[in-house]
Ligand binder design. Sequence first.
Ligand code: PLP
Length: 433
Amino acid sequence: APLITNESTTVHVLYPESNKVEILDDGRSIRDVIDSKIRECSSVGDPELFYVANLDSILERYLQWVTNLPRVKPFYAVKCNNTASAIRMLRALGTGFDCASKAEIQLALSLGATPDQIIYAHTTKPQSHIRYACTRGVDMMTFDSEDELLKISLCHAEAKLVIRIAVDDSKSLVRLSSKFGASLASAGRLLERAKELGLQVIGVSFHVGSGCTGAEAFKQAIADARRVFDIASSLGFQLRLLDIGGGFSEIGDFQQKFEKFSKVINASLDKLFPPDSGVEIIAEPGRYFVESAFTLAVNVTAKRTVVDDEDSSSDRTIMYYINDGVYGSLSCVIFDPAHCQLEPYLHRAVGSAEPRYQSVIWGPTCDCMDKVMERCWMPELHVGDFLLFDNMGAYSVSLFSNFNSFEKAHIFPVVAAKTWRALNLAHSFGNTC
Ligand code: PLP
């Protein structure tokens, strides 16, 4: 994997990524790029797997964000996808970054983020990571307990603290408040403790959970945050930052929801944190920015036809084995209920009259948990055929495990020439193209 070495400690970019951003300047589309990569791969006889990362998709999401949530500055959650080109693109667009560890802070800094554009948004941090943030001037960080306050007072006494509160996340597919967030009842006591320790608290944060299905969750959470602002004010604090977390998506059912959510959020903000309140509003979207930017191309490495001996009336099932699976970039099958159902499709054209067979798709490892698709109906595939998975940008590359030591997919970033010029990306991407 490529290394980033302009930091005091070396950061490993977890996925092998092409140093060169491919610029689409001759009418070529993303599909053309995928086709040509598949041709290249197939010509070597033992095809690899890869992602194409469409940086224009990140730009589209960004434009949609600023149109719908003009008061909310996004701090992209690096944990969602730590690919350098995605981070560089967001950097060029001017977002901040939500980092959850020392290595994520290193990565964001090494790719051009400045310390004031980073929030260390993890409420249970190792002391060494807090010290690292301190040495690099990353001051903004979250907390939700007295123990965390004590650690911060020892390791970064000048930190600018954001109290994370637990909110109603019952409408979300991934419920984070079961693990993080102070109760409203404990907020006053924590703020007083921060004061005793001489710490500076600047704001309130929450996360309604990933894959949030109801806009009301944001309305209620913003009202809860307002209560904490009022408690803080009665204790002599002047809070100036509200962080409304992540939980946004645009795929499937969520497509209409982003606009609907935005309307509810804007109305709540205007009522409880009007522009003249001077409160800065930020968010920590992860999935929203990258989910649709990445297409994964994998291929069939083996197949096996099975017939249930005990039930001769049942059809045969064709088992396919592909070169990525739940221990690689398809872990969403197990870990990410907020990811819409996987919908792989064959790269080569298939006639509508071609028969469909009951099929199962397995990942490459020797574990039977490594099942990508339970019984589905597909045309017959052959070894070497490529399958494409769209919308694979969120919680895929960053969750890769090395189980069975299979290859990681290579990432090829692509951008339209007009975007490259308009955003002066040559500057942001330096000598990488
Ligand atoms: N912020 C924090 C603290 C998180 O834990 C997460 C996800 O786990 C995010 C932001 C990003 O959430 P999402 O990808 O749903 O926007």
